[in-house]
Design a protein around this ligand. Structure first.
Ligand code: BGC
Ligand code: NOJ
Length: 820
């Protein structure tokens, strides 16, 4: 078992010490409009707002070898060719290091006494990636060498770029002005944006045509121009435009040279696109952008500003627990991942190609749970954008496109869980901010302003969308699918190429496209978990009758679940389209599923009969493994046409008995809720990435961020992680550790402080900024219990209960004594 680097918590960085990580370990640059993905060897790409429609540089997914395409610097010193990030040339370096930090990455390579340190970042409010290269001669002799930069342009639409070659091999256009290479494909015609790549120094040549620079039969690892030690000054005309600067450099012993490169994106008003000749790009905006970061001093200031912005964001919630790994997850990496996931939803990672999905309705709503305390204003806007794609009956478009903010009609709606997540996220927003005005905000249905209603109305139709769509057992219809969109109970797909998500069997055409028998117990449990938030909102607004009516629906649902969906030791998963139980002890395979259990426990369904503890014990007994909780057990070994996609995966992968980290969090929350802090923490530490750092060679993906899945016990690669970065796991595990284990949970009327921790902990401290005030929280655990607040004082005064009041501002001391 092996690790490939270490955490540097003081600098909020992960330091990678070998370029041969078990998978490319990446970072994200940019948080507003211009984004880049960057691996530990500088692979990756950039885009503006939308990874599909506005891709700036080209990337090759699933390539051989992996991770091909990036921003590369090549050095040729007397025929020895190398990259500071080792790849793509892969000349063995004397020293290598990659530091992934908060919104920046620093890659340093050293070869034969020449050190190259490259800092990559996207400054705040800036549509470009700044790359600062510091070259230092650490040898005792003068050194002369050649430096080449390299970026390959994407012809904007990433999908078209990798498919429509008959056209796009003949569209590429560039311009060169001094040390700046402009990419202007289609700018004259239908686009009002272009990109540029520049360096703040004179150059000795350039290339803009890929085949001239690389050579038709060479690769990124042996570009002909670099090997020849000279740029060809090629001018792209169709084919594949690139941007490469060439510079001859001599450094005396101990001497350093700093160059600043910028890869930028510019949008121009239509009437100002060209200079007077009507052909040459109007570069006024580009020049201003270049000016902004054209010296090392400006770069240092930009970096300092970025660091300060992150320090502020990460300063809102901090803990100091007896466990360093918890501290680094909570204070740094989990929060960082929440921000990245919020920004990108599921669009662009090393597992999401950026041309697939738009923003998911359920995904984005859940992302808000982990993110809302960082930038509530952006959460508010997102909630409004999401609600605007809802339909009048409470159903929702499953996805929307970030550029247009319109619901995606190709995918459509009818996913049974979608509306509920919005109640949860709007509730989380109000609990965090106390901003009840969001409920009065007029938000369209179906993006149609004439159908605008207050946000509260959106919550009401969401709630009643469940109530109005029940099946034979009074449980919510599964419709096309629920949260687990691999359980497609209405699908019955037996034809290759059909989408499990969008296909509803003609068999159910008369019933409206999905089975009116298949019911989701997970949605039932989610309804009873989320419902009280809706009731709480109504009560706060003084709508007592509506609150009572909603509560009655919740109570009825709980009863229905106990009557028809409690299997004796756990909750079943669903009724399928034949009306048969799924996830029951009666089943041959897939006897127990994880998804309904946590929500049912937290809703206290059947608590008086001990259903909660029985359920948690069953989860432990049947789903718990060395590396986390599997989604279902036993794994499916056959294809069940009535279940769909879930049974297509080999056992142990993805939704078929993989360790799906997203829903592990629901059990962590439930264990903590039930007061079993030891179990909650056991599950937390099995999947939290920092705890898996020591087994990085097995775990494979980045030890600083969650992945969607870890292969389950049925898989030959048990313990191997996949699909890192963009996953609801980030938000839910942030909720699990901060609100359930650490137990600091915003509520409508204050901050609930009710920890559920491992009994060994002597206590911990936490700082929480909340509605303008700062709470300094100290928790003491002299009796070594897991849960139970014995005494709670606020500013020295003991209070009743566990809800710390809201203050106008200032700093407040909260002291919590745990015990029996
Ligand atoms: C994946 C799911 C994903 C779904 C929607 C499925 O193929 O297995 O994890 O949620 O696609 O894109
Ligand atoms: C990933 C998707 O993004 C999410 O929406 C879904 O709920 C899970 N997969 C489970 O299938």
């Amino acid at each position: 078992m092996k690790k490939f680097g270490h955490f540097d918590d003081a600098r909020k960085e992960y330091v990678i010490q070998s370029p041969r990580t078990p998978y490319p370990w990446i970072n994200y640059l940019g948080t507003q409009a211009f984004f880049s993905l960057i691996s530990n060897t500088a692979g990756g790409y950039s885009f503006y707002k939308d990874a599909r429609l506005r891709r700036i540089t080209r990337y090759r997914y699933n390539n051989v070898p992996i991770d091909m395409g990036g921003r590369y610097f090549y050095i040729n010193e007397n025929g020895t060719v190398w990259n500071p990030g080792w790849s793509p040339v892969k000349t063995e370096l004397d020293e290598y290091e990659c530091r992934h930090g908060m919104g920046y990455t620093v890659i340093t390579g050293k070869k034969n006494g020449l050190k190259a340190e490259v800092t990559f970042f996207v400054p705040q409010d800036y549509d470009g990636e700044v790359q600062q290269v510091v070259l230092t001669n650490e040898s005792g002799e003068a050194k002369s060498f050649k430096l080449f930069s390299f970026a390959e342009w994407c012809l904007w639409d990433a999908q078209d770029d990798c498919t429509n070659f008959q056209r796009n091999f003949s569209t590429g256009r560039v311009e060169v002005e001094g040390s700046t290479i402009y990419h202007k494909t289609e700018y004259r015609d239908r686009r009002d944006h272009f990109a540029f790549y520049t360096v703040n120094d004179s150059i000795d040549g350039y290339d803009t045509d890929r085949d001239s620079f690389i050579g038709l039969y060479n690769g990124f690892g042996d570009p002909q121009a670099v090997i020849d030690g000279k740029a060809t000054n090629s001018f792209a005309d169709g084919w594949s435009p690139i941007a490469s600067h060439y510079k001859e450099i001599t450094l005396q012993p101990g001497e350093s040279k700093t160059l600043v490169f910028i890869l930028g994106y510019v949008e121009m008003p239509v009437d100002q696109k060209f200079e007077a000749d009507g052909v040459t790009i109007n570069k006024v905006k580009a020049h201003a952008m270049i000016e902004k970061y054209n010296t090392p001093e400006k770069v240092a200031a930009g970096l300092a500003e970025l660091r300060a912005a992150w320090d502020k964001l990460l300063g809102i919630f901090n803990v100091d627990t007896p466990d360093d790994k918890v501290n680094r997850m909570v204070n740094i990496w989990n929060q960082y991942q929440c921000m990245v996931t919020f920004n990108l939803s599921r669009s662009a990672s090393y597992f999401e190609s950026g041309i697939g999905r738009g923003m998911g309705f359920r995904d984005s709503n859940q992302d808000i749970l982990g993110f809302v305390h960082q930038i509530p204003d952006r959460a508010r806007q997102r909630l409004i954008d999401l609600a605007a794609t809802q339909l009048e009956d409470g159903g929702c478009y499953h996805q929307y496109q970030p550029l247009t903010k319109k619901g995606n009609s190709d995918i459509g709606g009818d996913f049974s869980d979608d509306p509920l997540w919005m109640i949860l996220s709007v509730g989380a927003y109000i609990k965090e901010t106390g901003d009840w005005s969001i409920l009065d905000e007029l938000v369209p249905y179906d993006n149609d302003d004439s159908k605008a209603k207050p946000m509260l109305d959106h919550l009401t139709v969401s709630f009643y969308h469940i109530v109005n769509n029940l099946g034979p057992h009074g449980l919510p219809l599964a419709m096309r699918a629920d949260w687990n969109d691999c359980i497609n109970l209405s699908c019955f797909s037996d034809t290759p190429g059909e989408s499990f998500q969008t296909y509803t069997s003609p068999k159910f055409a008369a019933e409206g496209g999905y089975s009116k028998v298949a019911e989701s117990v997970m949605v039932a449990a989610l309804f009873t978990y989320v419902g009280p938030t809706y009731v709480g909102i109504l009560k706060h607004l003084g709508k007592a009758d509506e609150a009572a009516a909603a509560q009655a629906e919740i109570d009825k649902m709980k009863k229905n679940v106990m009557e028809s969906a409690f299997d004796g030791e756990w909750f079943i998963r669903a009724y399928d389209a034949f009306g048969k139980k799924m996830g029951s002890s009666e089943c041959e395979e897939g006897k127990i599923f994880i998804e309904p259990q946590g929500f049912a426990v937290m809703s206290e369904i059947g608590k008086e009969e001990g259903a909660d503890i029985k359920t948690l014990n069953s989860v432990d007994r049947y789903l718990n493994t060395q590396y986390g909780l599997v989604l279902n057990n036993p794994a499916f070994t056959k294809y069940y046409v009535q279940y769909g996609e879930i049974s297509t995966y080999p056992g142990g992968y993805k939704e078929n008995a993989g360790i799906f980290t997203h829903n592990n969090a629901w059990i962590i929350c439930a264990e903590a809720y039930a007061g079993r802090g030891d179990k909650a923490f056991e599950y937390y530490s099995k999947i939290a990435p920092a705890f898996n750092e020591e087994i990085s060679d097995l775990h494979k993906t980045e030890p600083y961020v969650y992945g969607q899945m870890i292969a389950g016990k049925d898989a030959s690669r048990f313990g191997e992680g996949k699909n890192s970065w963009l996953t609801g796991t980030a938000a839910w595990n942030m909720v699990a550790i901060s609100q359930y284990i650490i137990g600091v949970q915003p509520d409508f009327d204050g901050l609930r402080v009710d920890p559920s921790i491992p009994h060994e902990w002597d206590g911990f401290t936490a700082t929480r900024k909340f509605r303008g005030a700062t709470y300094q929280i100290t928790v003491k655990n002299p009796e070594h219990v897991c849960k139970g607040v014995k005494k709670l004082t606020v500013d020295g005064k003991e209070i009743e209960g566990v809800i710390v009041p809201v203050f106008e501002g200032g700093e407040h001391t909260v002291e919590v004594l745990l015990g029996c």
